[in-house]
Write a protein of this length. Structure first.
Length: 226
């Protein structure tokens, strides 16, 4: 049953993303001021939102682990964070490509760019820390606290273009001001849904791998104790 769910989510998300890419590249009009590269927004921003959504899911799993000490929540948290990192990396890379064409530079210490990069690095630290902790309960507990702490950066990313006099070259929040072209709204939403479907499938695969790794480690410790 779980295999069927994984395949359904993964295939549905992939097909939806391919359909949406065709719409973005071949059907939608170019952005008035930026031309074709302006369409990058329809991948760049949904990837960021998908990553942030998954980070908050990982926070929920981390809190559940701290409350219950059930390692299934720890496995789910690390799996979701790994997938969220992929989406955040997509956001950073597409933003860098966009910035090179529009700003004339691959990277600038723009307020939102910097805070998004900090978010990526905090969760990268989470992933790099886990293999260094051999004891399972200690690893899961410290990881949970780090996941919750790192999530404090996410509101700062969101606020970066809303704080008065913030050093940012980012466009304003077009979704909230209603300045996003109406023809772009559905493709924007579809991109986010497709990323979430694909991300859910990948996270379920990683949960299975993490649980198997935990069982192998447990058996190894039992053998060493004999």
């Amino acid at each position: 049953m779980r295999d069927k769910t994984i395949y359904t989510l993964g295939i549905s998300g992939t097909l939806l993303l391919l359909y949406n890419l065709h719409t973005i590249l071949m059907v939608l009009p170019d952005e008035a001021a930026q031309g074709t590269i302006g369409k990058m927004l329809l991948i760049h921003a949904p990837a960021a939102i998908a990553g942030m959504t998954l980070y908050f899911v990982a926070v929920a799993y981390s809190i559940m682990f701290l409350k219950t000490k059930n390692f299934a929540y720890d496995s789910a948290a690390v799996a979701v964070i790994e997938v969220a990192q992929v989406f955040t990396l997509i956001n950073l890379v597409t933003g860098s490509i966009w910035g090179h064409i529009i700003w004339g530079i691959w990277w600038t210490w723009d307020a939102r760019l910097t805070r998004q990069f900090m978010c990526f690095m905090l969760y990268l630290g989470y992933l790099l820390m886990r293999p260094a902790l051999n004891e399972a309960t200690q690893r899961a507990t410290i990881s949970a606290f780090v996941a919750i702490f790192a999530a404090a950066d996410i509101p700062l990313v969101w606020l970066a273009i809303r704080v008065h006099d913030a050093r940012t070259q980012h466009p304003g929040p077009v979704l909230e001001t209603g300045t996003l072209d109406p023809a772009w709204r559905i493709p924007f939403l579809i991109s986010w849904i497709a990323f979430m479907l694909i991300g859910s499938a990948l996270a379920m695969v990683r949960v299975r791998q993490e649980n198997a790794r935990r069982e192998i480690d447990s058996l190894r410790r039992e053998l060493h104790a004999i």
